[in-house]
Write a protein that binds this ligand. Sequence first.
Ligand code: ADP
Ligand code: TYD
Length: 200
Amino acid sequence: MKGKLITLEGIDGSGKSTITARLNSNPEFSDFVFTREPTTGWIGEAVNRAIHSDTDELAELLLFTADHAEHISKLILPALESGKNVISDRYSGSRFAYQAVTLKDRFPDPMQWIQDIHKGWTVVPDLTILFDIDPKIAVERCGNRGDKTKFEKIGFLEEVRENYLRLARQDPERFAVIYTDKNIDDIEADVLDMITSFLR
Ligand SMILES: Nc1ncnc2c1ncn2[C@@H]1O[C@H](COP(=O)(O)OP(=O)(O)O)[C@@H](O)[C@H]1O
Ligand SMILES: Cc1cn([C@H]2C[C@H](O)[C@@H](COP(=O)(O)OP(=O)(O)O)O2)c(=O)[nH]c1=O
């Protein structure tokens, strides 16, 4: 595989989509492939139905994971194999952080269980940039936009944030953490630095 896979993770409202859009319009990244999870394909649409309803949490995890499998085989692997670098706004880390909360009463170690069902077929990112922020600030920011998900609640996002930080501690070589309660231009400059120094 020649290309590198870079993923952006963080709680709702941490600023991932805003930064992805800025990177996407930066000429330095014109030969990168930009993508996201949930995807815009039909399985991603099914995921969107799940997250806007009271779907069973295990069914929801499996839909997200099915979307990931389709994403990997149809977009991620072909792009990496053709030598393209890929940036994904959310990826497997979102499952490890979010569904480990929604499934905490169903499995003794939900994060490990979710990580295990990805083994043997997923593509592990080369670099994950974690957008870390206090959920109170993030939820306040989300108040200004439409299309709310059922996950945008402070208590829930505090647990998701802890899971993300746990993932970063487990794998410090692969994770870069950036605190995103600051000016968007500064965040963009930091993310640009992280990516260019990683690829150098
Ligand atoms: N650094 C920032 N400072 C203030 N507001 C921000 C900042 N980054 C993003 N926002 C705003 O916060 C909201 C959520 O940002 P978004 O990029 O959609 O987050 P995410 O994709 O992580 O959910 C949007 O309304 C966006 O304009
Ligand atoms: C990819 C993924 C997203 N999610 C959640 C995070 C979001 O609340 C929601 C939809 O993702 P998204 O549309 O990217 O939301 P945002 O712009 O707020 O980051 O789905 C999971 O719970 N598990 C997953 O595996």
